[in-house]
Design a protein around this ligand. Structure first.
Ligand SMILES: C[S@@+](CC[C@H](N)C(=O)[O-])C[C@H]1O[C@@H](n2cnc3c(N)ncnc32)[C@H](O)[C@@H]1O
Length: 274
């Protein structure tokens, strides 16, 4: 368990991951009834952005041009919320983004296995009464958490992919979700390197029999299998209109972040229809 998200915080994959997360959270605000958000691999919550970091290709490029991206306002507001006015010194991890979207009636559960990361997250959320932080194995803890009593909400599954079986664990977690909480929304992130584990994941998701799609966001040419060419999400029970929004907003974002030397590609794949 050597993974530390701080090296990657705010990179291109994070921009994609957290932009989609903010859209899914905003969709939960369409109803007043309470929701529960569960983050199985939560990380430390906030990361300092040091010169030379991967963020320079991600949020670092977007931030000075943020006024030109009104569609990303919810995401950019979440970044602004952890920073001094106008500055970009820190990057919010998924827990602080989720926390920003909680209303008085909502709640969140954050699972993190690494003791230091978990302690940092607990400090970040010490004064957040509706957020519970637990130092546990997220794969196991998810089983015990589903279905949440609110019976409305989402699960973010964002493992580090340090273990060769993380793709299988992800498929297993979605199968648990399909059994225990069929109407939950699931956002399961994956790196786009080799295609074979991704195809196996998609096949497993089709077999769940729930509405599902995959969205992939690449800024480098696919086919260099040892490199992070992009990343994707499996979205189970996606919110209404989310896929339409992603089809229009992600291509210009991929083009901008890829820059002249990159190769922007956005794919929205219907895995299992409504
Ligand atoms: C990609 S990072 C999470 C980033 C975070 N979701 C975000 O978007 O800001 C993955 C995290 O999972 C943690 N982790 C690794 N294995 C875990 C497990 N079995 N259960 C819970 N957390 C785990 C790592 O310590 C790391 O902090």
């Amino acid at each position: 368990m050597n993974y530390r998200h701080s090296r990657h915080a705010g990179n291109i994959a994070d921009v994609f991951k957290h932009y989609v997360l903010t859209l899914a959270l905003a969709a939960l605000h369409r109803k007043d009834t309470p929701f529960c958000a569960i983050d199985t691999h939560a990380g430390a919550g906030r990361y300092r952005l040091d010169k030379g970091g991967e963020f320079e290709h991600g949020i670092g490029r977007l931030w000075p041009r943020r006024a030109a991206w009104p569609d990303l306002a919810g995401y950019l507001d979440a970044v602004a919320a952890v920073n001094p006015p106008g500055a970009l010194k820190y990057y919010p991890g998924s827990p602080l983004i989720i926390q920003k979207f909680l209303r008085p009636q909502d709640r969140a559960l954050f699972f993190e296995l690494n003791p230091e990361e978990c302690a940092r997250l607990a400090r970040e959320l010490a004064r957040a009464p509706r957020a519970a932080v637990q130092e546990v194995n997220g794969w196991n803890a998810l089983r015990g958490a589903l279905p949440p009593r609110e019976n409305r909400g989402l699960v973010l599954i964002d493992p580090p992919y340090e273990q060769p079986d993380d793709f299988e664990a992800l498929a297993g977690a979605l199968a648990v979700g399909a059994r225990q909480w069929r109407n939950g929304g699931y956002l399961a992130w994956y790196p786009v390197k080799q295609r074979r584990p991704i195809e196996r994941l998609h096949t497993a998701v089709r077999a769940l029999g729930l509405e599902a799609a995959a969205v992939e966001f690449l800024t480098l040419p696919a086919g260099v299998e040892q490199r992070l060419n992009g990343s994707g999400y499996v979205l189970v029970n996606p919110p209404w209109k989310l896929l339409d929004t992603l089809r229009t907003t992600l291509p210009p974002l991929a083009e901008f972040l890829a820059g002249p030397a990159g190769r922007p590609t956005v794919r929205v794949l219907d895995l299992c229809g409504p």
